[in-house]
Design a protein. Structure first.
Ligand code: FES
Length: 436
């Protein structure tokens, strides 16, 4: 029987033509969608790459430097004179040195401690205001902030606070005060960091989020590094001001006189490569009260101590230079010049940096540190354990660090011989067993 038009239409409805069948096939549809998705991500990637290239063109760099001109000049105009007297303690020489000798000591790889910087410069009120305005508590209570606020809130507040006019004024005024006895030309980076280094138990489940939002080493530990690995100019000086106590349980370690040590590091500059020595027992470890500061070249190897205390350790870290910043090949941070009391936006230097450089990444050991002979001398070592004799007593340590798995064979014994200091973030690892 010939199909009627009705039965034909029914047939047509129930048996779609080939092309329609294909597009209704769930597998083919999914594959097609995946294909489209793939194309879209490819286009997005290409656009991202084009944008990145564009951002590095002199024209774009010039444009962004010009865009910041007025804001930068306003910060320069807000710098206030801070006439207080400061004292400078040289960690290398273990004594107070004259202010006139401090800059040379820093440039030679020394670490300088300035006690009670906040009090002596009369900045207590300013820091109280900063803390109350952005963290809703007094400076004295910042060490307990992890008990009162969520990690998400702390990240958000740290981001807002560090770019606030008050932070920029404070950091510029402090750096200007520290550098002006030494030079009439100075360069200040207008992006301080407020580092709220939370107790590790509070931070460990949020590290990916924190790093994505604000970068490594602001709220969580940062392994041993030099700042140029993260794109900072190679002639940077760091001023690290403790707003709470910063000690061997939650502070920072710095390898003195390590300017000539160029450890191998990851291409993204996040971490030192596995197997490269950091000499943790030779570090100066911060022992600071709230209001004290340390000043050091950013090219000294340094990194956070994983926070093993119950307190949040808070620091305001600031960067500056006494010669024009030698910008990294990939980044140009927002520096301004204060040259003989006049403002320089450094627009040309930011747009056409003449001294582009990439930090060296060549060494696994440092001769000057090797000579001090602090390396571990195990009596036995395998994948599970390290045996060490300490004053006639055999101690067994795990081979790998319980925090993030660093090889403890590159760790070193603490001064009392009771712990192995992890080479990455200085966790004090206890022995499993002591065998008489
Ligand atoms: S303390 Fe971080 S890996 Fe050991």
């Amino acid at each position: 029987m010939m199909p009627t038009s009705e039965s034909y239409n029914q047939h047509a409805v129930h048996t779609p033509p080939g092309w329609l069948k294909q597009s209704l096939n769930p597998l083919i549809t999914v594959n097609k969608l995946a294909g489209i998705d793939h194309q879209v991500s490819k286009i997005k990637l290409n656009l991202h790459a084009i944008r990145q290239k564009l951002y590095r063109t002199p024209f774009y760099l010039w444009l962004s430097a010009m865009r910041r001109y007025r804001a930068n000049k306003a910060v320069f105009q807000s710098i206030k004179p801070l006439p207080g007297e400061l004292s400078y303690f040289s960690v290398s020489q273990q004594q107070i040195i004259p202010e006139s000798a401090a800059l040379a000591a820093i440039q030679q790889g020394d670490v300088i401690i300035v006690r009670q910087l906040i009090d002596k410069l009369g900045l207590q009120q300013d820091f109280t205001q900063l803390s109350q305005q952005y963290f809703a508590c007094d400076v004295a209570d910042l060490s307990q902030i992890h008990l009162k606020q969520t990690v998400h809130d702390i990240v958000r507040q740290a981001r807002v606070a560090r770019s606030s006019p008050l932070s920029l004024q404070l950091q510029s005024s402090i750096m200007h005060r520290l550098l002006s006895p030494h030079t009439r030309q100075m360069y200040l980076e207008l992006q301080p960091n407020i580092r709220l280094h939370l107790p590790y138990a509070f931070v460990k489940d949020h590290e990916a989020y924190i790093e994505q939002q604000i970068g490594r080493g602001k709220l969580n530990p940062h392994g041993q590094h030099k700042d140029s690995w993260r794109g900072h100019p190679k002639n940077t000086i760091n001023v690290w001001l403790a707003l709470t106590e910063a000690n061997a349980q939650n502070g920072m370690g710095i390898l003195l006189h390590s300017l000539d040590y160029h450890p191998k590091h990851d291409p993204d500059g996040q971490e030192i490569q596995p197997g490269v020595k950091t000499y943790p027992s030779q570090h100066y470890v911060t022992d600071l009260q709230a209001g004290d500061a340390v000043i050091f070249c950013a090219e000294l190897l340094h990194g956070s101590v994983i926070n093993q205390s119950g307190q949040t350790r808070v620091a305001l870290s600031m960067r500056c230079a006494v010669e024009k910043p030698q910008f990294h090949q990939k980044y140009r941070y927002n520096y301004i010049g204060v040259e003989h009391g006049r403002f320089n936006n450094l627009t040309l230097a930011k747009s056409f940096a003449p001294a582009l450089f990439v930090p060296e990444s060549t060494a696994t050991t440092f001769a000057a540190a090797e000579q001090k002979g602090s390396s571990l001398q195990p009596t036995y070592i395998d994948h599970e354990r390290i045996d060490v004799m300490v004053e006639g007593q055999l101690k067994q340590f795990p081979r790998y660090c319980p925090h993030a798995g660093a090889d403890l064979a590159l760790g070193e014994l603490s001064a009392d011989g009771n712990h192995l200091i992890c080479p990455a973030h200085r966790l004090c690892v206890k022995p499993r067993k002591c065998l008489a």
